[in-house]
Design a protein around this ligand. Structure first.
Ligand code: IMP
Ligand code: MG
Length: 181
């Protein structure tokens, strides 16, 4: 595929990460997480909908330990632009209180979503919070890191596939494609 429709326009795309590359990195991330968080019993995985749906499904099945899985829904993007504000569209479940939480996120861009969610979790009295993000765009949040575990560090272009959408579409692609500017 070399073009997709976004916001009524045809946009050129280029393969960035194949399903095979993603799969092997997700297995590696599961091992890193299990090694680093081995002391924390009773881990609660908090999946950030909708984008992390596909990543989380693979990541939790690559983990050997027992985890509880809960979801929260955040919304910030309109088209390929961040709206600049993060809305909590489905609240954080109260069971997080007192628990060791691993947030599973598709991508860290400006960092606002992770900033908002981690502060909400701290207000709710979690025992600890870690973030696993499949993708990180470090240039969009200079001088700060928001994820303890990162799958791939990428450049600034918008990406789709493997759960990541443009206006609700393309989440079902098994590869990650870069939308060319
Ligand atoms: P942030 O709050 O700016 O870090 O943005 C985080 C959210 O925006 C992510 O959880 C994604 O759902 C969405 N997002 C950011 N960049 C992209 C992208 O390149 N493609 C698809 N969604 C993105
Ligand atoms: Mg997201």
């Amino acid at each position: 595929m070399d073009a997709v429709r976004i916001g009524g326009e045809s946009r050129r795309v280029r393969m960035m990460l194949s399903a095979t590359e993603i799969s092997s990195r997700v297995q590696g991330m599961a091992q890193e997480i299990e090694a680093k968080l081995s002391d924390l019993d009773d881990l609660l995985v908090l999946v950030v909908l909708d984008g992390a749906l596909v990543f989380a499904a693979d990541l939790i099945r690559a983990m050997r330990r027992n985890v509880q899985v809960e979801t929260v829904k955040l919304k910030s993007y309109v088209g390929t632009q961040s709206s600049g504000s993060v809305a909590v569209a489905q609240p954080v479940p109260h069971v997080v209180t007192g628990r060791h939480v691993l947030i599973v996120e598709d991508i860290v861009d400006s960092g606002q979503s992770m900033e908002k969610l981690t502060s909400l979790l701290r207000e709710m009295g979690v025992a600890s919070v870690h973030v696993a993000a499949l993708l990180d765009k470090p240039k969009a949040h200079p001088g700060r890191s928001y994820a303890d575990f990162v799958g791939f560090t990428i450049g600034p272009n918008f990406v789709i596939g493997y759960g990541l959408d443009a206006d609700g579409l393309y989440r079902n692609f098994s590869d990650i494609l870069e939308v060319l500017p």
